[in-house]
Design a protein around this ligand. Sequence first.
Ligand SMILES: [Zn+2]
Ligand SMILES: [Zn+2]
Length: 169
Amino acid sequence: MSSFDLRRLRLRSGEEHRVEVPVELEPLEFGGVRYVSVPEEAPAELRVIRASTGTVFELRFHSRLHGPCQRCLGDAVLERSVSAREYQATNPGNEDELRNPYLKDDLLDLTGWARDALVLALPHQILCRPDCAGLCPVCGKDLNLEPHEHEETEPDSRWSALAELRDRL
Ligand SMILES: [Zn+2]
Ligand SMILES: [Zn+2]
């Protein structure tokens, strides 16, 4: 897990610190399936800006996720540029919006923050390609490899036999 120790910084109001940090990107669950970042560790840019009433944090990184296409289950790759911002007031009181949830005892949890920011940047569905045809709802074959349609389903003889039996009972 990657974190950044803010005690390393001695920022005065109005000052800014910009640093390149490697961030470990954890596998994530999306739509019930697992996606992994390749590479697992991405270079990120972290900016810490000290204002008079608090501190602004900005994180930017690029991620490439690998996992199944949510239509055909083939391999899908999704590239995303992520940029996220958090704020921590010097005196947050009870206001949660004035707190950076990834900040604990001057340690900034970069892995947790990057994971949540990446999830927010994901599209509605992860697909192998925008026009993926998906799987046939009737026979389950991949419609990208074998485009086909089915005739209007005729009543299956086994079922009509059953229906006949039911009528006789
Ligand atoms: Zn697909
Ligand atoms: Zn089919």
